[in-house]
Design a protein around this ligand. Structure first.
Ligand code: ARG
Length: 575
């Protein structure tokens, strides 16, 4: 084995590549899969079957030749051929022991770091004067996890909150408040987001019914956009009220994010339109300036327009996103841009991304863009999720409810003094339930399911962690005092546990590519299961192998803790 700075899976891939070098053909990416059953070894490879046609040889003959080389690798204990030509590889116990001992000495659990490049993760992005809803909650939870992953891997991460803080609706709202609630437009007012949302609705109603008000509201937009002091101050006061409401949620979730709202890009919106015009990429259609691109058609087969300037001269959502691409690549110097929104915006981002590359704001070869879509939140009855209060759902109520229910469960189990634990369990449950469902699908929000102590839930994993802490307490020796002693496999359940631990880095690197947090939840769920089996089969305190087992438990605990941290979940030491 060369260096332990590599993922084990990469080591295996390299060994396989070398073993197949006699084939003299372009092999490309080598697929190695963890075996599903013990009898197939630890990892499987089907390369011989793939090469058979090209080499005009039986898969078995090819596999046999490769196995001769693989057998000599110290990585493996056993390399066998199964079926028509699958290669089953069993890692050597020596290697697993060595990995475990190196890992316990390492700072970041032997997960290889990346080149430090700038990654923008844009998430949450609620709208001023509107309620933050369950869709924003999903974006916040998923975005925070992705940002934490990227930070852990060594990227320089810029977390951006693309708040909806601009548009004609603000003229309407400001005019309404100037007339009926001027106190709300002052600095240090006592208004909250619920009041603001109610006024927003009232102003919309008035706007739709009252022509004189409509005119005033439109004038207000012009004043705001031309930087009129009074209007801008009023707008800032509104934003501040909303911001306080959003912050309440970020505090509960322990999420940090930098606000850079839509308004930030206002100064370059005209330039965006000019750039498209100058390159002949847009044209007027029914008064609006539009970009038409191949590949984006409606149901009838007509090419859809991407509107970058409305008939009245105003800019819109797409213009702002084009400006954002421009700024993030040019000014922020981001090498990767990740935007997390609901699936409904998939087409919008595909179009904006294409348009941004046509106009030269982003070079696909140099900067990677990922739109990370997620499905709807459903209630257990299969309908779109609504909290009890319906329309004006307060996310803080939804989160509080999770904590209240967690507390009731702890009370039931006779766990006293449990409020702090309930807070962790409740919030973790909400986060974990979201992250553990494949984000692209709709997901059913159920307190009952997310708070279970069994199955793929936060509580199950947290419980395994708590158990490890209690084992350490019971052993009543410090880990420092046994640090010099080695972890050594002496039971198949220990081997299975280490075999799972070594995959941590592989899972994180996979998640960085496809941005699916459910890889990590699944990994942690299986880790907790494998730990429980180890603990069932192997006595720790009082056993001759105690010191090795204690350290293996600790190493497992560190993986659980780090993994949960990446998901934005804190651990507890007692339950
Ligand atoms: N504010 C938008 C919404 O609530 C989400 C913004 C998404 N980001 C973007 N760059 N367009 O749906």
């Amino acid at each position: 084995m060369k260096s332990l700075g590599n993922l084990i899976i990469v080591e295996i891939e390299e060994a396989v590549r070398e073993a197949f070098s006699f084939c003299d053909s372009e092999i490309g990416k080598i697929e190695i899969d963890p075996s599903k059953e013990l009898k197939f070894g630890d990892y499987q490879c089907s390369l011989a079957l793939k090469l058979s046609k090209e080499l005009k040889k039986s898969p078995r003959a090819i596999a046999e030749q490769a196995v001769e080389t693989l057998k000599n690798q110290s990585l493996f204990e056993k390399v066998e051929i199964a079926g028509p030509g699958f290669i089953n590889m069993t890692l050597s116990e020596d290697m697993l022991n060595r990995w475990a001992n190196d890992c316990k000495e390492s700072n970041d659990l032997l997960v290889p770091k990346v080149k430090r490049e700038k990654v923008i993760v844009e998430f949450s992005s609620p709208n001023i004067a509107k309620m933050m809803h369950v869709g924003h909650l999903r974006s916040t939870i998923i975005g925070d996890a992705i940002a934490r992953l990227m930070e852990f891997l060594g990227y320089e991460v810029l977390r951006l909150n693309h708040v909806g803080d601009f548009g004609t609706q603000f003229g309407m709202l400001i005019s309404y408040l100037k007339k009926y609630h001027p106190e709300a437009l002052k600095k240090d007012n006592n208004c909250d987001i619920e009041m603001l949302v109610a006024w927003y609705k009232a102003s919309k109603k008035k706007f739709d019914q009252d022509d004189a008000f409509k005119t005033v509201a439109r004038e207000e937009v012009v004043k705001l956009q031309s930087g009129d002091e009074g209007s801008v101050a009023a707008w800032k006061a509104l934003c501040e009220i909303s911001r306080k409401g959003f912050q309440e949620i970020y505090d509960i979730l322990d999420v940090h994010i930098e606000e850079r709202g839509e308004s930030f890009y206002n100064p370059i919106l005209q330039k965006v339109v000019d750039d498209f015009k100058a390159k002949g990429l847009s044209k007027k259609d029914a008064g609006a300036e539009c970009v038409f691109m191949e590949g984006f058609k409606n149901k009838d087969g007509d090419i859809l327009p991407l509107i970058i300037q409305k008939g009245d001269g105003g800019f819109n959502y797409a213009t702002t996103d084009l400006a954002a691409f421009h700024y993030r690549v040019d000014e922020d110097a981001a090498k990767r841009i990740i935007v997390i929104t609901d699936l409904g915006q998939k087409m919008h981002f595909a179009m904006v991304h294409k348009a941004a590359s046509l106009v030269g704001y982003i070079d696909e070869k140099k900067v990677r863009f990922d739109h990370v879509p997620f499905g709807l939140v459903l209630s257990p009855d299969g309908k779109k999720y609504k909290t009890r209060s319906g329309e004006t759902e307060r996310l803080s109520d939804l989160l509080d409810e999770a904590v209240i229910r967690a507390k009731a469960l702890l009370d039931e189990r006779g766990i006293e003094d449990n409020y702090e634990i309930a807070k962790v369990l409740g919030i973790s449950a909400v986060k974990y339930a979201d992250l553990s469902s494949n984000r692209i699908k709709d997901y059913t929000f159920s307190y009952d399911r997310m708070l279970r102590f069994e199955g793929n839930t936060a509580s199950f994993i947290l419980y395994a962690y708590v158990r490890i802490q209690s084992i350490k307490r019971k052993a009543n020796i410090t880990l420092e005092s046994i640090q010099k002693e080695k972890i050594k496999i002496s039971h198949p359940s220990e081997r299975a546990l280490i075999l799972h631990l070594i995959r941590f880095g592989e899972i994180l690197h996979k998640m960085k590519e496809d941005l699916l947090p459910n890889h990590l939840t699944e990994y942690l769920f299986h880790l907790a299961e494998k730990f429980n089996i180890f603990f069932r089969d192997c006595q720790v305190t009082g056993d001759p192998n105690m010191n090795s087992r204690l350290q293996l438990s600790e190493l497992t605990g560190q993986h659980i803790q780090k993994g949960l941290r990446i998901l934005g979940i804190c651990t507890i030491n007692k339950m």
